[in-house]
Design a protein around this ligand. Structure first.
Ligand code: 5GP
Ligand code: ZN
Length: 113
């Protein structure tokens, strides 16, 4: 089934995005509304609804490629960076396709939000 979610449409190149990395399993692109000088969205190319999707723990190639992509994309950020997954309304999740935010390029407050 073809998903019409916004990130699936970016994967299919139906919506333009500034793509930074693509592998067999994952895609990374610049966030359209960046909250830091570096704000990258990293997603599985396959539609996975959220971090709570029950099939996720059984997809080792995907989880390996997500972590490999983080290292490749953020390897030069010697001052540090943050990886965020928002889940549910309290966290402000707005797109129902698993995505990791990679944030860097400035000091990031803790605790967040
Ligand atoms: P969430 O709020 O679900 O954690 O994160 C969704 C993120 O996707 C937001 O930071 C939002 O700016 C980004 N986003 C939503 N639609 C698009 C789009 O069409 N293109 C790009 N590049 N980013 C998007
Ligand atoms: Zn999707």
């Amino acid at each position: 089934m073809v998903s019409d979610c916004v990130f699936c449409r970016i994967v299919r190149r139906e919506i333009p995005a500034q793509i930074l990395l693509e592998t067999e399993e994952v895609l990374a692109f610049k966030d359209i509304n960046p909250v830091a000088p570096i704000h990258i969205v990293l997603i599985p190319k396959k539609h996975i609804g959220s971090v709570m999707d029950p099939q996720l723990p059984a997809l080792p190639p995907l989880t390996a490629e997500l972590f490999a992509a983080i290292q490749q994309l953020m390897g030069e950020e010697k001052d540090g960076f943050r990886v965020v997954i928002n889940r549910g309304p309290n966290a402000g999740e707005s797109v129902p396709h698993l995505h990791l935010h990679l944030l860097g390029g400035r000091e990031l407050a803790w605790p967040p939000g």
